[in-house]
Ligand binder design. Structure first.
Ligand SMILES: Cc1cc2nc3c(=O)[nH]c(=O)nc-3n(C[C@H](O)[C@H](O)[C@H](O)COP(=O)(O)O)c2cc1C
Length: 230
């Protein structure tokens, strides 16, 4: 990444919300792995409150095909954690070594953080397993994938924002694709549904987070024609 964008300063003179707060929420909701408070209980009501906010997200035809399994059972969390480590840790460890060799400091931090999540997975108080009605195999086209995943990912991000606003951190994870059948079997998720991600969540240690490092919007935005920058 050549340069990192600072969060924008608002140019809006009229706004229905406190933009400083909203912009801080949007720019500092990070993938939280190392700063999860594993010893603090997460009341189910708080998680349900965040889910109740997430369902306002856009979704195709308003069919609301999302389904959520909140995994609180320590035995289930340990089983899933073991799968997570078995499938993800070896390739992630290899990637970490490659990134070290390349001098890719940001990549090294990312790999170490992902490995850390695997190591503590069993102790994360709640894992939201996010499902959607339908299978990619039913329509493996751009249209099919867009309808299937696009109908649930936006609700997941709303969920993560709602968690952050209440002092909880979470990470969008997809390593379960390496053991999705086993996961569905463990949790009784029907074959008609797909697991699209797992969201391990907990209260955070400290509430301040730096804005996420991202490319400046000018680098990635064109007007009217590909290649014509802002
Ligand atoms: C499609 C997708 C898959 C991801 N899979 C994983 C994963 O399996 N494990 C993990 O720890 N993080 C996963 N992440 C989180 C990303 O690593 C994270 O969003 C990215 O590094 C930016 O982090 P930041 O917002 O803290 O800067 C995934 C994110 C997305 C959108």
């Amino acid at each position: 990444m050549d340069s990192v964008a600072p969060p924008p300063a608002s140019t809006s003179s009229v706004a229905p919300f406190d933009l400083d707060t909203v912009d801080r929420l949007l720019s500092t909701t990070r993938a939280v792995r190392k700063r999860l408070d594993l010893d603090r209980e997460v009341p189910r009501e708080v998680v349900v409150e965040c889910l109740a906010l997430s369902v306002y997200a856009p979704n195709a035809s308003n069919a609301q095909r999302w389904r959520w399994v909140l995994v609180e059972d320590p035995t289930h969390r340990a089983t899933i954690g073991a799968w997570y480590r078995t499938h993800l840790s070896p390739p992630m460890q290899a990637l970490l070594e490659q990134r070290r060799a390349d001098g890719d400091d940001a990549g090294v931090r990312h790999s170490e953080s992902v490995l850390h999540l695997g190591a503590i997975f069993d102790r994360v108080p709640v894992v939201a397993v996010v499902c959607v009605e339908g299978r990619i195999e039913d329509d493996p086209t751009l249209n099919g994938a867009t309808w299937l995943l696009g109908s649930v990912y936006q609700a997941v991000w709303s969920f993560q924002l709602a968690l952050r606003s209440r002092g909880l951190g979470s990470t969008f994870t997809t390593a379960h694709v390496l053991f999705e059948a086993e996961l569905r079997s463990l949790l009784g998720i029907p074959e008609t549904h797909s697991v699209v991600c797992m969201i391990p969540l907990a209260y955070t240690r400290g509430m301040e987070f730096a804005p996420a490092p991202r490319r400046p919007v000018e680098d990635v935005t064109f007007v009217d024609h590909w290649g014509t920058h802002l």
